[in-house]
Design a protein around this ligand. Structure first.
Ligand code: PMV
Length: 340
């Protein structure tokens, strides 16, 4: 469909939802060029967009108060404008892309993904906004267009995003991602038994990624070696998923955690949860996302093991989640109003 016919449809309200993600291998190193393996999960960010009634070109972004009060740091609470800025940038970039600058839209966002926890809440939210805003203006964007547009708010937030977060929530399922834009779906039948556990400590992706990039420029030889190891780990993780070998998968994930410790992005609480998960019978565990707080992901032999390990992690102060794989990625639909 060409752009003109894409836009021929009438404007109406539209809804979109995009999943969060976990990274099974390669976070941080993916920014430096190594492949990462990530899986979309069944926690979602939802956006609803409608053309602005006054048609004055303004962009309204609304988020529930609990979204701020539960998850934001105190400085974010006093800077709601700053908090909303990347979301507004996502809507503006979309209108610009489809040639509708000056068309006002109102966007309501509701995100069930814990924020600043390594689960890709910002990418899922901006991807949902891009999809809902384009749909409400009568444009169907393809996945590549959404991927490119999502870099605009992601760069504003993170400085140097690899693109793995938005690729995972756009495509869904499990993917192997390499910068700048290679997305290879990883197909397998049975999902391993994963357990996610949140430390409750918020992290700042921009600062953590910045520190790793800086270190990689100083310790070039060491990082070349790390990147080789991560390439092997990611390759091994894809193989373990395809052959349904959770023992191998767990061992590779634990090795990946050790590398993340070495580059200084772990946190004592993450290390403690990883240790307790393994001591309680997990086949392997690692931090997921930028590190410095946020979540760990553990792979377990059975659902019964997962429940036992979850109880042990809860005793350590973590918040466990049983997660499953989202296979749809971002989904958008117009909201049709039936006139009587
Ligand atoms: O923002 P997070 O915690 O979901 O982590 C994103 C993954 C990183 O590799 C740390 C950054 C990136 O852009 O790839």
């Amino acid at each position: 469909m060409n752009l003109a016919s894409k836009r021929a449809r009438r404007r109406s309200s539209a809804q979109a939802r995009a999943p969060g993600k976990i990274i099974l291998a390669g976070e941080q190193f993916v920014v430096l060029g190594a492949p990462a393996v990530a899986m979309a999960i069944n926690l979602y960010s939802n956006a609803e967009a409608k053309p602005n009634a006054t048609n004055d070109g303004s962009i309204g972004i609304d988020i529930p108060l609990r979204y701020l009060s539960k998850s934001a740091t105190p400085s974010q609470l006093t800077d709601i404008g700053g908090f909303l800025q990347p979301l507004r940038i996502a809507a503006e970039a979309t209108l610009d892309h489809i040639g509708k600058v000056g068309q006002g839209v109102d966007v309501n966002v509701d995100c069930e993904i814990p924020i600043a926890a390594g689960l890709g809440s910002s990418a899922a939210t901006t991807v949902a906004i891009i999809s809902a805003v384009s749909q409400c203006q009568g444009a169907d964007l393809d996945r590549r267009e959404i991927f490119k547009l999502a870099f605009i708010p992601e760069r504003f937030l993170h400085g140097k995003p690899s693109g793995v977060d938005q690729a995972t929530c756009i495509y869904g399922g499990t993917i192997q991602f390499t910068r700048p834009s290679t997305v290879k779906p990883v197909q397998y039948r049975t999902n391993p038994v994963f357990l996610l556990c949140d430390t409750g400590i918020h992290h700042e992706t921009k600062r953590l990624v910045g520190s790793v990039v800086k270190k990689s420029l100083v310790e070039k030889k060491l990082f070349r070696d790390y990147l080789d190891q991560v390439r092997e780990i990611s390759r091994g993780v894809v193989r373990a998923l395809k052959t349904e070998d959770s023992v191998d998968l767990g061992s590779l994930m634990s090795t990946n955690h050790e590398l993340l410790q070495k580059i200084g992005v772990s946190h004592p609480k993450l290390d403690q949860l990883v240790r307790v998960a393994r001591r309680s019978g997990a086949l392997g565990a690692k931090l997921t996302g930028a590190g410095g707080g946020g979540c760990i992901v553990a792979v377990c032999a059975t659902a019964r093991d997962r429940d036992r390990i979850a109880r042990a992690l809860r005793k350590e102060g973590g918040t466990p989640y049983a997660i499953s794989r989202d296979v749809h990625g971002v989904v958008a639909r117009p909201i049709v109003t039936v006139l009587k």
